[in-house]
Design a protein around this ligand. Sequence first.
Ligand code: ASP
Length: 334
Amino acid sequence: MRFVLALFLVVCAAVPSFGDPAGDVPPVAIAIHGGAGTMTRADLSPEKEREIRATLERALLAGHTRLEAGASATDAVEAAIMVLENSPLFNAGYGAVFNSEGGHELDAAIMDGRTRNAGTVAGVRHIRNPILLARRVMTDSPHVMLTGEGAEEFAVSLGFDLVDEDYFSTDFRRQQLEQVQRQQSSVNDLPPPQFRYGTVGAVALDRDGNIAAGTSTGGMTNKRFGRIGDVPIIGAGTYADNATCAVSATGHGEYFIRSVVAHDIAALMRYTDASLQAAVDEVVHEKLVEFGGRGGVIGIDGDGNIAMEHNTPGMYRGAIDTSGNLTTGVFKDD
Ligand code: ASP
Protein backbone atom coordinates (compact mmCIF):
# COMPACT_ATOMS: atom_id res chain seq x y z
CA MET A 1 0.00 0.00 0.00
CA ARG A 2 2.80 2.36 1.00
CA PHE A 3 4.53 1.54 -2.31
CA VAL A 4 1.39 2.43 -4.30
CA LEU A 5 1.08 5.75 -2.48
CA ALA A 6 4.75 6.54 -3.09
CA LEU A 7 4.37 5.69 -6.78
CA PHE A 8 1.32 7.95 -7.02
CA LEU A 9 3.26 10.86 -5.49
CA VAL A 10 6.17 10.37 -7.86
CA VAL A 11 3.84 10.42 -10.88
CA CYS A 12 2.07 13.53 -9.54
CA ALA A 13 5.39 15.33 -9.23
CA ALA A 14 6.45 14.33 -12.75
CA VAL A 15 3.19 15.34 -14.45
CA PRO A 16 2.10 18.67 -12.97
CA SER A 17 -1.59 18.40 -13.96
CA PHE A 18 -1.99 14.73 -12.96
CA GLY A 19 -2.72 15.24 -9.28
CA ASP A 20 -5.09 18.07 -10.05
CA PRO A 21 -8.50 16.72 -11.03
CA ALA A 22 -9.60 20.18 -12.21
CA GLY A 23 -6.62 20.24 -14.62
CA ASP A 24 -5.65 23.57 -13.11
CA VAL A 25 -2.43 24.22 -15.02
CA PRO A 26 -2.63 27.97 -15.74
CA PRO A 27 -3.69 28.51 -19.36
CA VAL A 28 -1.44 29.89 -22.09
CA ALA A 29 -2.51 31.56 -25.34
CA ILE A 30 -1.03 33.43 -28.29
CA ALA A 31 -2.27 35.52 -31.21
CA ILE A 32 -0.38 36.89 -34.19
CA HIS A 33 -0.95 39.08 -37.23
CA GLY A 34 0.81 39.47 -40.55
CA GLY A 35 -0.69 42.78 -41.61
CA ALA A 36 -4.06 44.18 -42.62
CA GLY A 37 -5.08 45.37 -46.06
CA THR A 38 -7.29 44.93 -49.09
CA MET A 39 -6.67 41.22 -49.60
CA THR A 40 -9.69 39.60 -51.26
CA ARG A 41 -10.27 36.08 -52.52
CA ALA A 42 -10.04 37.47 -56.08
CA ASP A 43 -6.45 38.66 -55.74
CA LEU A 44 -4.96 35.99 -53.48
CA SER A 45 -4.34 32.66 -55.22
CA PRO A 46 -5.29 29.54 -53.21
CA GLU A 47 -1.63 28.53 -53.34
CA LYS A 48 -0.44 31.83 -51.83
CA GLU A 49 -3.19 31.68 -49.24
CA ARG A 50 -2.08 28.16 -48.22
CA GLU A 51 1.54 29.33 -47.97
CA ILE A 52 0.55 32.31 -45.81
CA ARG A 53 -1.63 30.22 -43.50
CA ALA A 54 1.13 27.60 -43.15
CA THR A 55 3.64 30.27 -42.14
CA LEU A 56 1.18 31.79 -39.66
CA GLU A 57 0.73 28.32 -38.20
CA ARG A 58 4.49 27.83 -37.87
CA ALA A 59 4.80 31.17 -36.09
CA LEU A 60 1.95 30.31 -33.71
CA LEU A 61 3.48 26.95 -32.88
CA ALA A 62 6.93 28.47 -32.35
CA GLY A 63 5.43 30.74 -29.68
CA HIS A 64 2.98 28.25 -28.21
CA THR A 65 5.52 25.44 -27.79
CA ARG A 66 7.62 27.79 -25.72
CA LEU A 67 4.65 28.88 -23.62
CA GLU A 68 3.76 25.26 -22.92
CA ALA A 69 7.33 24.61 -21.82
CA GLY A 70 7.01 27.44 -19.30
CA ALA A 71 8.78 30.23 -21.21
CA SER A 72 7.73 33.85 -20.71
CA ALA A 73 5.18 35.67 -22.85
CA THR A 74 8.03 37.89 -24.06
CA ASP A 75 9.99 34.83 -25.24
CA ALA A 76 6.92 33.51 -27.08
CA VAL A 77 6.25 36.85 -28.78
CA GLU A 78 9.88 37.05 -29.90
CA ALA A 79 9.88 33.46 -31.23
CA ALA A 80 6.65 33.92 -33.21
CA ILE A 81 7.78 37.23 -34.70
CA MET A 82 11.14 35.79 -35.77
CA VAL A 83 9.38 33.17 -37.90
CA LEU A 84 7.43 35.93 -39.66
CA GLU A 85 10.49 38.19 -40.03
CA ASN A 86 12.36 35.32 -41.70
CA SER A 87 9.56 34.73 -44.23
CA PRO A 88 9.51 36.80 -47.44
CA LEU A 89 5.70 36.79 -47.36
CA PHE A 90 5.44 39.55 -44.77
CA ASN A 91 6.63 43.13 -44.55
CA ALA A 92 9.18 42.62 -41.76
CA GLY A 93 12.79 41.42 -41.84
CA TYR A 94 13.44 39.49 -45.08
CA GLY A 95 10.84 40.73 -47.60
CA ALA A 96 10.38 44.17 -46.03
CA VAL A 97 9.05 46.94 -48.27
CA PHE A 98 11.28 49.55 -49.94
CA ASN A 99 11.38 53.22 -48.99
CA SER A 100 11.32 55.96 -51.66
CA GLU A 101 15.09 55.71 -52.14
CA GLY A 102 15.02 51.98 -52.81
CA GLY A 103 16.36 51.10 -49.36
CA HIS A 104 14.95 49.47 -46.24
CA GLU A 105 14.41 50.98 -42.81
CA LEU A 106 12.98 48.61 -40.23
CA ASP A 107 11.08 49.35 -37.02
CA ALA A 108 10.31 46.91 -34.17
CA ALA A 109 9.06 46.97 -30.58
CA ILE A 110 8.50 44.63 -27.67
CA MET A 111 6.80 45.27 -24.32
CA ASP A 112 6.59 43.13 -21.19
CA GLY A 113 3.21 43.54 -19.46
CA ARG A 114 4.56 42.38 -16.11
CA THR A 115 7.11 45.19 -15.71
CA ARG A 116 5.84 47.54 -18.42
CA ASN A 117 9.43 47.64 -19.58
CA ALA A 118 9.77 48.14 -23.33
CA GLY A 119 12.39 48.22 -26.07
CA THR A 120 12.10 49.58 -29.58
CA VAL A 121 14.29 50.21 -32.60
CA ALA A 122 13.50 52.49 -35.52
CA GLY A 123 15.04 52.96 -38.95
CA VAL A 124 17.56 50.12 -38.69
CA ARG A 125 19.00 48.95 -42.02
CA HIS A 126 21.33 46.06 -41.25
CA ILE A 127 19.66 44.02 -38.48
CA ARG A 128 18.40 40.63 -39.67
CA ASN A 129 15.82 40.27 -36.89
CA PRO A 130 14.90 43.71 -35.54
CA ILE A 131 12.67 42.15 -32.85
CA LEU A 132 15.78 40.61 -31.23
CA LEU A 133 17.44 44.01 -31.04
CA ALA A 134 14.29 45.65 -29.63
CA ARG A 135 14.32 43.00 -26.90
CA ARG A 136 17.94 43.78 -26.07
CA VAL A 137 17.19 47.52 -25.91
CA MET A 138 14.63 46.54 -23.28
CA THR A 139 16.87 44.18 -21.31
CA ASP A 140 20.38 45.54 -21.88
CA SER A 141 20.01 49.31 -22.01
CA PRO A 142 18.48 51.97 -19.77
CA HIS A 143 16.52 53.29 -22.79
CA VAL A 144 13.27 52.48 -24.53
CA MET A 145 14.03 53.52 -28.12
CA LEU A 146 17.18 53.53 -30.24
CA THR A 147 17.26 54.68 -33.86
CA GLY A 148 19.34 54.13 -36.99
CA GLU A 149 23.12 54.07 -36.61
CA GLY A 150 22.98 54.33 -32.81
CA ALA A 151 20.80 51.24 -32.64
CA GLU A 152 23.17 49.37 -34.96
CA GLU A 153 26.22 50.43 -32.98
CA PHE A 154 24.47 49.08 -29.86
CA ALA A 155 23.76 45.82 -31.75
CA VAL A 156 27.44 45.44 -32.69
CA SER A 157 28.46 46.03 -29.07
CA LEU A 158 26.22 43.08 -28.13
CA GLY A 159 27.79 40.85 -30.78
CA PHE A 160 25.05 41.03 -33.45
CA ASP A 161 26.22 40.51 -37.04
CA LEU A 162 25.17 43.28 -39.42
CA VAL A 163 23.66 42.11 -42.72
CA ASP A 164 23.88 43.83 -46.08
CA GLU A 165 20.75 45.90 -46.78
CA ASP A 166 20.14 43.77 -49.90
CA TYR A 167 19.36 40.83 -47.61
CA PHE A 168 15.86 42.30 -47.09
CA SER A 169 15.13 42.86 -50.81
CA THR A 170 12.78 40.70 -52.86
CA ASP A 171 11.58 41.12 -56.47
CA PHE A 172 8.00 41.23 -55.27
CA ARG A 173 8.61 44.27 -53.05
CA ARG A 174 10.68 45.98 -55.76
CA GLN A 175 7.81 45.59 -58.23
CA GLN A 176 5.47 47.07 -55.61
CA LEU A 177 7.75 50.07 -55.18
CA GLU A 178 7.94 50.63 -58.94
CA GLN A 179 4.18 50.35 -59.27
CA VAL A 180 3.53 52.74 -56.38
CA GLN A 181 6.03 55.24 -57.76
CA ARG A 182 4.26 55.10 -61.16
CA GLN A 183 0.87 55.69 -59.52
CA GLN A 184 1.82 58.31 -56.91
CA SER A 185 2.91 61.75 -57.97
CA SER A 186 4.91 62.23 -54.73
CA VAL A 187 5.82 60.46 -51.51
CA ASN A 188 3.21 62.65 -49.82
CA ASP A 189 0.44 60.71 -51.59
CA LEU A 190 -0.85 57.57 -49.94
CA PRO A 191 0.26 54.34 -51.62
CA PRO A 192 -2.65 52.43 -53.19
CA PRO A 193 -4.40 50.35 -50.52
CA GLN A 194 -3.10 46.99 -51.75
CA PHE A 195 0.50 48.09 -51.08
CA ARG A 196 0.10 49.58 -47.66
CA TYR A 197 0.47 47.03 -44.93
CA GLY A 198 2.06 43.67 -44.02
CA THR A 199 3.59 44.34 -40.64
CA VAL A 200 3.80 41.39 -38.23
CA GLY A 201 2.99 41.18 -34.54
CA ALA A 202 2.28 38.86 -31.63
CA VAL A 203 0.66 38.95 -28.19
CA ALA A 204 0.86 36.16 -25.61
CA LEU A 205 -0.17 34.99 -22.13
CA ASP A 206 2.25 32.76 -20.21
CA ARG A 207 1.82 30.25 -17.39
CA ASP A 208 2.72 32.90 -14.78
CA GLY A 209 -0.20 35.04 -15.95
CA ASN A 210 2.04 37.62 -17.64
CA ILE A 211 1.26 39.11 -21.04
CA ALA A 212 3.50 40.71 -23.69
CA ALA A 213 3.25 42.32 -27.12
CA GLY A 214 5.66 42.76 -30.02
CA THR A 215 5.54 44.19 -33.55
CA SER A 216 8.00 44.36 -36.46
CA THR A 217 7.77 46.12 -39.84
CA GLY A 218 9.46 47.53 -42.90
CA GLY A 219 6.96 50.42 -42.72
CA MET A 220 5.07 51.59 -45.78
CA THR A 221 6.12 51.20 -49.43
CA ASN A 222 7.71 54.39 -50.82
CA LYS A 223 7.83 56.03 -47.39
CA ARG A 224 10.12 59.03 -47.16
CA PHE A 225 13.68 58.28 -45.98
CA GLY A 226 13.71 58.74 -42.17
CA ARG A 227 9.98 58.15 -41.69
CA ILE A 228 9.13 56.26 -38.49
CA GLY A 229 5.73 54.61 -38.14
CA ASP A 230 3.55 53.57 -35.23
CA VAL A 231 5.23 50.21 -34.55
CA PRO A 232 8.14 51.42 -32.36
CA ILE A 233 6.05 54.13 -30.68
CA ILE A 234 4.99 52.58 -27.38
CA GLY A 235 1.25 53.07 -26.98
CA ALA A 236 0.63 53.55 -30.71
CA GLY A 237 1.43 50.25 -32.47
CA THR A 238 2.55 48.21 -29.44
CA TYR A 239 1.57 48.15 -25.77
CA ALA A 240 1.36 45.67 -22.87
CA ASP A 241 0.24 45.97 -19.26
CA ASN A 242 -0.75 42.97 -17.13
CA ALA A 243 -3.52 45.10 -15.58
CA THR A 244 -5.34 45.43 -18.90
CA CYS A 245 -4.08 43.91 -22.15
CA ALA A 246 -1.30 43.43 -24.67
CA VAL A 247 -1.89 44.89 -28.16
CA SER A 248 -0.06 44.82 -31.49
CA ALA A 249 -1.37 46.91 -34.40
CA THR A 250 -1.06 47.05 -38.17
CA GLY A 251 -2.28 49.75 -40.49
CA HIS A 252 -1.60 53.26 -41.66
CA GLY A 253 0.94 54.22 -39.00
CA GLU A 254 0.41 57.97 -39.03
CA TYR A 255 -3.21 57.48 -37.98
CA PHE A 256 -2.27 54.88 -35.39
CA ILE A 257 0.24 57.29 -33.85
CA ARG A 258 -2.27 60.15 -33.77
CA SER A 259 -4.94 57.90 -32.22
CA VAL A 260 -2.46 56.27 -29.80
CA VAL A 261 -4.32 53.07 -30.69
CA ALA A 262 -2.74 50.40 -28.50
CA HIS A 263 -2.72 52.48 -25.33
CA ASP A 264 -6.22 53.75 -26.03
CA ILE A 265 -7.50 50.16 -25.93
CA ALA A 266 -5.74 49.57 -22.61
CA ALA A 267 -7.02 52.89 -21.23
CA LEU A 268 -10.62 52.04 -22.14
CA MET A 269 -10.26 48.80 -20.20
CA ARG A 270 -8.64 50.51 -17.24
CA TYR A 271 -10.90 53.51 -16.88
CA THR A 272 -14.26 52.22 -18.10
CA ASP A 273 -14.06 48.54 -17.18
CA ALA A 274 -14.63 47.67 -20.84
CA SER A 275 -13.82 44.10 -21.86
CA LEU A 276 -10.91 43.57 -24.27
CA GLN A 277 -13.31 42.88 -27.15
CA ALA A 278 -15.44 45.96 -26.42
CA ALA A 279 -12.36 48.20 -26.18
CA VAL A 280 -10.89 46.83 -29.42
CA ASP A 281 -14.25 47.22 -31.23
CA GLU A 282 -14.58 50.81 -30.08
CA VAL A 283 -11.11 51.83 -31.25
CA VAL A 284 -10.89 49.82 -34.50
CA HIS A 285 -14.47 50.10 -35.75
CA GLU A 286 -15.52 53.48 -34.33
CA LYS A 287 -12.71 55.83 -33.44
CA LEU A 288 -10.29 54.86 -36.22
CA VAL A 289 -12.99 54.67 -38.89
CA GLU A 290 -14.34 58.16 -38.07
CA PHE A 291 -10.78 59.46 -38.31
CA GLY A 292 -9.93 57.66 -41.58
CA GLY A 293 -7.40 55.22 -40.01
CA ARG A 294 -7.30 51.89 -41.82
CA GLY A 295 -5.91 48.71 -40.26
CA GLY A 296 -6.42 46.32 -37.37
CA VAL A 297 -5.13 45.03 -34.07
CA ILE A 298 -4.70 41.84 -32.08
CA GLY A 299 -5.04 41.86 -28.31
CA ILE A 300 -4.95 39.51 -25.34
CA ASP A 301 -5.87 39.99 -21.66
CA GLY A 302 -4.73 38.26 -18.45
CA ASP A 303 -7.48 35.63 -18.74
CA GLY A 304 -6.35 34.69 -22.22
CA ASN A 305 -9.28 36.34 -24.03
CA ILE A 306 -8.19 37.20 -27.55
CA ALA A 307 -9.53 39.92 -29.87
CA MET A 308 -8.55 40.25 -33.54
CA GLU A 309 -10.32 43.07 -35.38
CA HIS A 310 -9.69 45.04 -38.57
CA ASN A 311 -11.56 47.70 -40.51
CA THR A 312 -9.91 46.62 -43.79
CA PRO A 313 -11.24 43.81 -46.02
CA GLY A 314 -8.61 41.41 -44.67
CA MET A 315 -5.96 40.83 -42.02
CA TYR A 316 -3.51 37.92 -41.88
CA ARG A 317 -4.01 36.58 -38.38
CA GLY A 318 -4.02 33.49 -36.19
CA ALA A 319 -4.38 32.32 -32.62
CA ILE A 320 -4.03 29.37 -30.28
CA ASP A 321 -6.53 29.97 -27.49
CA THR A 322 -6.49 28.77 -23.87
CA SER A 323 -8.13 25.47 -24.94
CA GLY A 324 -5.36 24.84 -27.45
CA ASN A 325 -7.52 25.51 -30.56
CA LEU A 326 -5.45 26.80 -33.47
CA THR A 327 -7.13 29.06 -36.05
CA THR A 328 -5.85 31.23 -38.88
CA GLY A 329 -7.69 33.90 -40.84
CA VAL A 330 -7.17 36.09 -43.87
CA PHE A 331 -10.53 37.54 -44.95
CA LYS A 332 -13.22 39.29 -42.94
CA ASP A 333 -15.59 36.29 -43.07
CA ASP A 334 -12.96 33.65 -42.06
N1 ASP B 1 1.87 50.24 -39.32
C1 ASP B 1 2.96 50.11 -40.24
C2 ASP B 1 3.58 51.45 -40.44
O1 ASP B 1 2.87 52.41 -40.65
C3 ASP B 1 2.56 49.55 -41.56
C4 ASP B 1 1.83 48.23 -41.49
O2 ASP B 1 1.08 47.98 -40.56
O3 ASP B 1 2.04 47.40 -42.38
O4 ASP B 1 4.78 51.54 -40.46
